[in-house]
Write a protein that binds this ligand. Structure first.
Ligand SMILES: [Fe+2]
Length: 295
């Protein structure tokens, strides 16, 4: 067990894995069953923002899986939020992101000056790994989210955080989905691991097994860390899309142990005090792949 410094951010409230496991895993669970803002949401009192969120939610509701994703109506202010986040993220990535992620960022060539539409991100990611993003209005059940990965589909929110808090969001948004997940899904190896998670989840027949895989997903795909040249580097999307990736704090780094990760509880509403760190990206890839194939 090692203690080192790693970035933190409230974005730790992530999607699939932050959600409570459904009482009944219903294969027909609605992808778009939740669209609501809490009273303490930064955009709660902004009628325009809420109206735009509703328009964007409608895109997801009316979306036919497999079809091109309609463009979301972002405002100049929202494109400004995207610019502000990238200005904060890029220097932090240089210091704290693993090589695989940095290579994917270069390959994807995402625009920094405007929010890319899901349609154009899909053109690039699909060509690299076969994965595609499909829109959802908000949180979906863990089983629905995770099983879709088996088919190379990442269920993805389209709205962006409120402009008053460019470096904070209480929920996953297009910054997390694209700067985090879409970029990592441009990696063949990370895309493969995402698919294997989905296949493993499809084979589960109990809540316990689903919970264990959700935790493994959380501590790897969302908050995974690997060692490179003696330093802890992030490959987890929750870390990589955090606006304050550069704000360092002490976390406890434990050697990657997927059985232990599958039993490790976490609180998605707080900074993660414990992360699992593999000796290298290769070591993580093989350990996670072997674990998922055996489930
Ligand atoms: Fe996520």
């Amino acid at each position: 067990m090692t203690t080192t410094t790693l970035p933190e951010h409230p974005l730790l409230q992530d999607h699939a894995d932050a959600r409570p496991v459904a009482a009944e895993a219903d294969a027909a669970a609605d992808r778009n069953s939740v669209v609501q803002l809490d009273p303490d949401h930064p955009g709660f009192r902004d009628e325009e923002y809420r109206a735009r969120r509703n328009r964007i939610a409608r895109i997801a509701r009316e979306y036919e899986p497999g079809a091109p994703v309609p463009d979301a109506p972002y405002t100049p202010e929202e494109h400004g939020v995207w610019r502000a986040v990238w200005e904060a993220l890029e220097p932090a990535h240089e210091r704290h992101a693993c090589a695989e992620y940095l290579s994917c960022v270069r390959r994807l060539e995402l625009p920094r000056e405007r929010i890319p539409q899901m349609r154009e991100v899909n053109e690039r990611v699909e060509a690299l790994s076969g994965f595609r993003l499909e829109p959802v209005a908000g949180l979906v059940e863990p089983r629905v989210f995770l099983e879709s990965l088996a088919n190379g589909v990442f269920l993805c929110t389209q709205y962006i955080r409120h402009h008053s808090t460019p470096l904070y969001t209480p929920e996953p948004d297009v910054v997390h989905e694209i700067a985090g997940h879409a970029v990592t899904l441009a990696s063949e190896r990370l895309a493969e691991l995402n698919r294997l998670v989905g296949r493993a989840v499809k084979r589960t027949t109990s809540h316990e097994a689903l919970d264990r895989l959700s935790r493994v997903y959380w501590f790897t795909v969302e908050f995974g860390v690997v060692r490179e040249d003696g330093e802890a580097k992030a490959y987890g999307t929750g870390l990589l899309s955090a606006g304050e990736l550069g704000a360092m704090r002490d976390v406890e780094l434990r050697p990657l142990d997927l059985e232990a990760a599958s039993r490790q509880e976490y609180d998605p509403t707080h900074f993660q005090p414990v992360l699992f760190c593999a000796d290298s990206f290769e070591a993580m890839y093989h350990a996670l792949r072997d674990y998922l194939i055996r489930r």
